[in-house]
Design a protein around this ligand. Structure first.
Ligand code: Z5A
Length: 208
């Protein structure tokens, strides 16, 4: 019998090491013979990558908070239809660097309390949660310094600074408490290899 698909997401503040850990987890599962799709948000499909450029580059003030929620949700819907759902239906493991929890945090909290709008749109247009969410939790100052040490075009949210990082960290920990069945919190302040070891142990126990 073929193995069922598994949907794993990584969440956390900017610079927490999600992308690095997502790549390492993908390589590990592939070495065990699992068919893996490594993807990211915003993005992960042709249309969603186009929307990524709209939300992460250019003058952020050209979008109202509500329009921004619609753009992130539109990108997610396309990603789900074209990349995530087909891969899960084919029994693959989908590893996604950020998903709907990021919208709950960044769009739900950073420009006023818009979480109810985010949740309503989510249930209308997305309607699914990951099987497992790994929250890489870490000191906000350290995360910011790591994120700023990289030069990328997608600088929109890094510009919000340490205050937003601290608010997002608290928010992500609250989300982990809100969805305890699927969230696992990993200590991202540790050396890279130790974080990877914790990620692999956590995923292994979820797979079994
Ligand atoms: N966003 C949103 O607002 N709403 C949404 O719905 C979604 C996203 C889905 C995407 O930016 C932005 O979009 C994001 C939220 C918003 N912005 N913020 N904030 P992105 O995709 O460009 O970036 P990111 O998702 O925030 O992640 P990142 O900046 O790429 O960082 P990361 O993936 O968490 O970390 P990393 O790239 O793996 O590591 C950063 C550096 O630290 C790198 O040099 C590593 O080698 C190093 N590192 C990592 N771990 C360690 C440890 N343990 N020790 C030492 N050094 C380490």
């Amino acid at each position: 019998m073929s193995k069922p698909g598994l949907f794993i997401t990584f969440e956390g503040i900017d610079g927490s090491g999600k992308s690095t850990q997502a790549k390492r987890l993908a390589a590990h599962l592939q070495s065990q013979g699992r068919d893996v799709v490594l993807t990211r948000e915003p993005g992960g499909s042709t249309g969603a990558e186009e929307i990524r450029a709209l939300v992460l580059q250019g003058d952020p003030e050209r979008w109202s908070a509500e329009t921004e929620i619609l753009l992130f949700t539109a990108a997610r819907r396309d990603h789900l239809e074209r990349t995530i759902n087909p891969a899960l239906a084919a029994g693959k493991v989908v590893i996604c660097d950020r998903f709907a929890d990021s919208t709950r945090m960044y769009q739900g909290l950073s420009r006023g309390d818009l979480r109810p709008v985010v949740d309503t749109l989510h249930s209308l247009m997305i309607g699914r949660e990951p099987d497992l969410t790994l929250l890489i939790d870490m000191d906000p100052e350290l995360g910011l310094s790591r994120a700023l040490s990289r030069q990328t075009a997608d600088e929109r949210f890094e510009a919000f600074g340490a205050g937003l990082q601290a608010q997002m960290r608290r928010g992500f920990l609250d989300l982990a408490a809100e969805f305890p069945d699927r969230f696992r919190v990993i200590d991202g302040n540790q050396p890279l290899d130790q974080v990877t070891a914790d990620v692999l142990t956590t995923v292994q126990s979820a797979l079994s």
